[in-house]
Structures are given as structure tokens and as C-alpha cells.
Design a protein around this ligand. Structure first.
Ligand SMILES: Nc1nc2c(ncn2[C@@H]2O[C@H](COP(=O)(O)OP(=O)(O)OP(=O)(O)O)[C@@H](O)[C@H]2O)c(=O)[nH]1
Ligand SMILES: [Mg+2]
Length: 321
């Protein structure tokens, strides 16, 4: 039986996908439940929403009661988790504020951010989780923060090129990250990390910035810097680069004789197959899966492919169970 979901329901679901706190997630799920058309075709979905509400509430209780609850263990949301790292006042919070709706605190003075804070960045038809962090300095490394970096899907290491201090900021940050094994190796020719990363030269709008960046590049000739201003320069390119770093693809599900669900992609790792996709749609599907029809990367639309067919960004898949 078709679910015939309404625009109000999809709005609520959209809120759910944007939610960056457990409370916001529960609120959105409760709204979804309120506006969902109540008939046989949505019974399963209603049950699923109720289960999710119960689970988030339970998790919330556990967190509150758990001794030593760790604010640095940031729960992953969305298509990928990208964590900022950098010295004080480099503009980390400003960037998270510019790219998401997170209400981050920005101030002219250093050490403004005390704990990690998340924001969901819309990108194409997905959301990527950004994590603003408290600043690093040789004599100030918040305990737990190194764990946040190691858990990340990608890192943005930020320096402030409006000041000549950017040289010290970069030396300092890579040294700290190397000592704590977030970086495996570095010299002026290369920086190697297990986690993909991008170096951001922020505040490029400042009149001194280009000159400072040139000095920085002379000292680190093999390393790439992406020029940005949290106030609005290079942000579209930055979003594209973040998406590329995550190395993910969006795949759309399609039921037989129905339009593909174009608004709600499943997120897979690049190189994933039809079988991986089936596992994301439902845990029982990989066992049942025979083949699939693919629109997009295949030679022709609706081509039948095997379970090990490697999917591409934007593919539409109809599973044949
Ligand atoms: N001109 C200019 N100013 C910026 C830019 N980004 C941030 N700022 C300013 O730099 C100051 C510090 O910004 P924050 O975003 O609070 O920096 P932060 O890295 O989060 O600082 P901590 O939380 O202390 O680590 C604020 O006054 C911002 O307005 C930028 O791209 N250009
Ligand atoms: Mg901050």
C-alpha cells in the first residue's frame, strides 16, 4: 500500500535530517509522527519513528546519568563528519557559522569556544556535519579533543593569514597533531595523515593576507593552502573540496513502477557496490538480493547489473529481491 506522504511530513523529515542535537532530533521525529497520514500504508513507518524517538530518549537519559559523559565524543550525523582544528582566533567558529545554521559564538578575543559544537552544512541534497572545536596551543590542548580529531571523517586545519603569526600557528598546530599522532609525518614538502585533511588560509579578505600567505607558501612549498574568508570568499570551492575529501557518493532508491526518491539520497563510500547499497536500505536485503537495475553510471538506463556492480555518485538503483 502506498504511503502517500504529505509535504508537511517531508518538511518535518527535512528538519530531522538537519537536526544537530538530540533534542532537535526528537522534536522533529515527534512532528513527523504528528503529521504523518494515519493509514495502513504508513503503519510500519509510524512504528519506526516511534522506535527512533524511544531510542533517542533512552540515549539522552543514559548520557545524562553516565558518569564522565564526554562532550568530545561527538556523535556523527549526516553524510560525513568534518572537524576544525587550529590556533585561537583563527576563525573556526566563524566558518562553521557561515556554512551552517549553528549558533556558534564568535568573538575578537581568543579562547572563545570551550567545547565542540556541531552544525549541519547543506551540500547538494545532503547535509555534512561540521564540528567547531576549542582552540589548540602548545600549552593548551583540551583533553579529549585529540580523540575528536581522530574520529573525524575529515579535518580542516585553519590558520589566520591576516597576521604574520600564521607561520607560528601552522608550525604549532602540525607539531601538536604530530605529537598526538593525528598527523603521521610532516615536513615542508608534505603532511601525511590517516584522515583526509585540508589546510585553510582564512581571513584572506585582510589587506595583509596575500603577502603573509606568500611567506607561508615559501616555507611550506609542497603543501597546498585553500584561500578562504569566513566572511564570504572561497566558500563554494571549500564545500566542493569537503565533499571530495569525504569520498562519498549519493545513491537514490527506486521502487518498481515508481519514480526514484530523488530528494533523499543514501550515502555510500566511493567504490561501494549494489550489495552495500542493499545493506543500507535494509539489513535483510543483502541476503535476498539477486540483481539490480541502475540508471546513471550504467551503459543504458535501467540496465540490469550484478550484486558486485560498483555504483557512482547520482546513481538510481532498483533492487531486485
Ligand atoms: N576579516 C575577517 N575576520 C574574520 C574572519 N573569520 C573570522 N574573523 C574574525 O576573527 C575573530 C575570531 O573569530 P572566531 O570565529 O571566534 O575564531 P575561533 O577560531 O573560533 O576562535 P577560538 O574559539 O578562540 O578558537 C572574530 O572577530 C571574527 O569576526 C575572516 O575570514 N575575515
Ligand atoms: Mg571559536
Amino acid at each position: 500500500m502506498p504511503a502517500n506522504l504529505t509535504p508537511q511530513y517531508y518538511d518535518a523529515e527535512d528538519k530531522y535530517r538537519r537536526a544537530s542535537t538530540p533534542e532537535a532530533r526528537i522534536n522533529a521525529l515527534e512532528e513527523m509522527l504528528k503529521v504523518i497520514p494515519k493509514h495502513k500504508g504508513t503503519e510500519k513507518l509510524q512504528g519506526d519513528i516511534k522506535k527512533r524517538i524511544a531510542r533517542f530518549k533512552e540515549e539522552g537519559k543514559k548520557k545524562k546519568s553516565a558518569k564522565g559523559y564526554d562532550p568530545f565524543g561527538v556523535e556523527k550525523q549526516g553524510a560525513g563528519q568534518v572537524v576544525l582544528a587550529g590556533y585561537p582566533n583563527t576563525g573556526k567558529s566563524s566558518l562553521v557559522g557561515a556554512l551552517s545554521r549553528a549558533k556558534v559564538k564568535v568573538a575578537e578575543y581568543p579562547f572563545t569556544t570551550a567545547l565542540p559544537m556541531t552544525g549541519m552544512m547543506p551540500y547538494k541534497d545532503t547535509f555534512i556535519q561540521l564540528v567547531d572545536t576549542p582552540p589548540l596551543m602548545t600549552d593548551n590542548i583540551p583533553s579529549g579533543l585529540i580523540g575528536t580529531f581522530k574520529e573525524a571523517d575529515a579535518l580542516l586545519i585553519m590558520v589566520d593569514v591576516s597576521t604574520a603569526d600564521c607561520l607560528e600557528q601552522l608550525d604549532g598546530v602540525v607539531k601538536i597533531l604530530r605529537e598526538r599522532e593525528v598527523i603521521d609525518f610532516y615536513n615542508e614538502e608534505e603532511i601525511l595523515t590517516p584522515t583526509p585533511f585540508l589546510l585553510l588560509a582564512n581571513k584572506i579578505d585582510n589587506p595583509e593576507a596575500e603577502e603573509n600567505l606568500e611567506v607561508l607558501k615559501d616555507l611550506w612549498p609542497g603543501v597546498e593552502f585553500l584561500k578562504i574568508s569566513s566572511e564570504g570568499f572561497g566558500l563554494e570551492e571549500l564545500k566542493d573540496r569537503i565533499y571530495k575529501m569525504l569520498d562519498i557518493i549519493r545513491v537514490y532508491g527506486k521502487a518498481a513502477d515508481r519514480e526514484a526518491d530523488r530528494d533523499r539520497p543514501f550515502i555510500l563510500k566511493r567504490g561501494n557496490t549494489v550489495l552495500d547499497f542493499a545493506g543500507q536500505v535494509h539489513k535483510d536485503f543483502p541476503n535476498k538480493l539477486k540483481s539490480a537495475l541502475v540508471w546513471g553510471s550504467s551503459k543504458f538506463d535501467g540496465q540490469a547489473v550484478a550484486r558486485d556492480y560498483v555504483l557512482e555518485d547520482g546513481d538510481i538503483v532498483e533492487l531486485q529481491l
